[in-house]
Design a protein around this ligand. Structure first.
Ligand SMILES: [Mg+2]
Length: 324
């Protein structure tokens, strides 16, 4: 994924050229803070919730230089760091290896991602029943390994109406439909999910990542968000969203990480919609980095209060040695 940062000018220079309106809610640029303001900012949080794709690395395998050193610095200054990603398409074992390969020490419980959150949620409500997944295989495996029953059959190619009937008219006693990133999502899978949700009001409707767009290889592609909307619109039901920017994820994180005061948390992300909006709803402080989906020009557009980050810096690496 390519950087979208203008390498010639700093973000704050670009913004000032674009005459971003100054207001009480004006974004603060970390590189413009005085030493005292830097100290105050740094002392204002204990826990960092950090997105991964577009913040620590790019979507594929490219590390953003200086990120591990910045994380190490923050930890040495006594900050706790947990990672909040919408990426459940990579098995957790591979995720852990990725952190290790980049020299970042992490424990499994420090990575929050939709498959694990949904699994924990289902356990918390003592869910017992069959699950129909519109997700990756890695997502399904995690559920199976936790002891849940997942519909195994693959929805095949549909040519005729008879094929379609065979695919969508299922007698499986499905009690939950889960939707996340599914590269093999088809209209017939959505139709089948719709049937489960429409015909049984008790059937749980759960969403993971709800991004409208996800970035793959530097290009924006359709994320799960619009497909979740298709099911919501056609069933007249609301999914319980347990990935960013779902509000239900807030309660989970607050409880799981025993957060008493949300203002003592700093959320670092690269997406206004997925990260900043989510973090603002949670009451966290927010820091936007410009190494992912958001460009300085995006910040110039009219942003609502919930879409306006408190702080902006060019890259996570800017936090390395922040107070020195
Ligand atoms: Mg991201």
């Amino acid at each position: 994924m390519e950087h979208k940062v203008n390498s010639e000018k700093s973000s704050s220079e670009l913004i000032s050229e674009l005459e971003y309106p100054k207001s009480p809610n004006a974004i603060k640029y970390l590189n413009e803070l005085t030493l005292k303001q830097k100290q105050d900012f740094f002392d204002s949080f204990d826990l960092i919730l950090c997105d991964c794709d577009g913040v620590i690395w790019q979507t594929l395998h490219e590390l953003l230089p200086g990120s591990p050193e910045a994380i190490d610095y923050l930890k040495r200054q006594g900050k706790e760091v947990i990672y909040v990603t919408n990426n459940s398409i990579i098995p957790i074992g591979m995720q852990l290896k990725k952190f290790e390969r980049f020299g970042i020490e992490v424990k499994k419980h420090e990575i929050v991602h939709p498959a694990q959150t949904i699994c924990d949620y289902l356990k918390s409500i003592q869910f017992d029943g069959l699950i129909f997944c519109l997700t990756s295989e890695a997502f399904k495996s995690l559920l199976r390994e936790a002891g849940f029953d997942v519909v195994e059959e693959l929805v095949g190619y549909v040519e005729t109406l008879d094929d379609l009937r065979a695919v969508i008219n299922s007698d499986d006693p499905v009690k939950a439909v889960i939707i996340d990133v599914d590269f093999n999502l088809t209209a017939s899978k959505l139709m089948r999910a719709h049937g489960y949700l429409k015909n049984n009001s008790e059937c749980l409707f759960i969403g993971g990542a709800a991004d409208t767009l996800i970035t793959i290889g530097g290009k924006d592609v359709i994320g799960p968000g619009p497909y979740i909307s298709v099911l919501e619109n056609t069933t007249k039901r609301k999914a319980l969203i347990l990935g960013k920017p779902g509000v239900a994820l807030r309660d989970f994180i607050m409880e799981q990480h025993k957060i008493k005061n949300a203002r003592r948390c700093l959320f670092i992300g690269d997406s206004i919609v997925t990260d900043i909006r989510f973090a603002k709803v949670c009451g966290f402080q927010t820091l936007l980095v410009l190494t992912g989906t958001t460009t300085p020009e995006d910040l110039q557009s009219k942003l609502t209060e919930t879409d306006t980050p408190d702080y902006v810096c060019e890259r996570l690496a800017d936090l390395n040695g922040f107070l020195s």
